[in-house]
Design a protein around this ligand. Structure first.
Ligand code: 3PY
Length: 253
């Protein structure tokens, strides 16, 4: 299996992951100890993680049979290149607003002739079973997942065109940004209608639909709606929630 998440999406829906925001390998290793995850989002947009952490985190995640997916801070060619070169199984680019954005993002994710990714795979192959520096480039364009986030007003307006862009694999909803950019209540009617529109656009275009969730109850609900890929929580969110729970138990509330 070249990329675990790609196989999981193709054969064993749904695909479940979590959000890694701590830059420490032992944190990732500890959470992954029990298995059960298809992917881990290594968050370099909002978390504590920088590109110096990518290689170690990719390898820890992949060693547990999950796909390391890096969220880059912005839609920039050099950011995507550095994430892919560190061995990510896919890059998630935030704030995709239009089909033009999506086409650029696809090009930055793929080697010529499909795209403009520069050649330098010295550290890319370690997180793929059975791949070497020599074999990585030939398989890269078909193994790696191109993921864009739909989370803005323009992204929502253009979602059908974005979904149709060749080379985009997954539309990933950022529900928090979406509610802020639309100026609507999180979980309210308009927010849910926007989410449903993105889900439909992905399905109509034959692409996978994914959404960030911050609890198992939320992710279960989204899977029942037809999403292919959900997160269950963030590392920091889970720790904070557990501390709150134990503190409340201590005080008998
Ligand atoms: C959002 O909800 O806006 C995200 O991007 C997920 O953190």
């Amino acid at each position: 299996k070249a990329t675990y998440l790609r196989s999981a999406l193709a054969s064993k829906k749904p695909s479940v992951g979590f959000w890694l925001t701590f830059a420490k390998g032992p944190v990732a290793a500890t959470i992954l100890e029990g298995g059960g995850f298809d992917w881990v989002l290594i968050d370099a947009e909002h978390g504590q993680i920088t590109d110096a952490d990518y290689f170690e985190l990719n390898n820890i995640v992949a060693s547990r049979g999950a796909s390391p997916i890096i969220r880059v801070p912005n839609a920039e060619e050099y950011l995507i290149k550095r994430a892919l070169d560190s061995g990510a199984h896919g890059v998630m680019t935030p704030m995709c607003h239009s089909a033009e954005d999506a086409k650029k993002i696809v090009a930055w994710n793929k080697y010529p002739p499909k795209g403009t990714r520069g050649f330098g795979p010295m550290f890319s192959a370690h997180s793929f079973h059975g791949m070497t520096q020599a074999t990585y480039p030939a398989g890269a364009d078909s193994h790696l997942l191109v993921i864009v986030q739909i989370e803005s007003k323009q992204g929502l307006a253009n979602v059908e065109e974005i979904a149709k862009v060749d080379g985009i694999d997954i539309l990933f909803i950022g529900p928090y940004d979406l509610s802020k950019f639309l100026g609507v209540e999180f979980g309210g009617k308009e927010h849910e209608a926007a989410i449903a529109k993105i889900l439909k656009a992905a399905k109509d275009a034959g692409k996978y639909a994914a959404i960030f969730c911050s609890s198992g109850a939320q992710s279960k609900m989204r899977l029942e709606q037809g999403f292919d890929m959900v997160s269950i929580c963030t590392d920091v969110g889970a720790i904070a929630a557990e501390f709150d729970r134990q503190l409340a138990a201590t005080h008998g509330v």
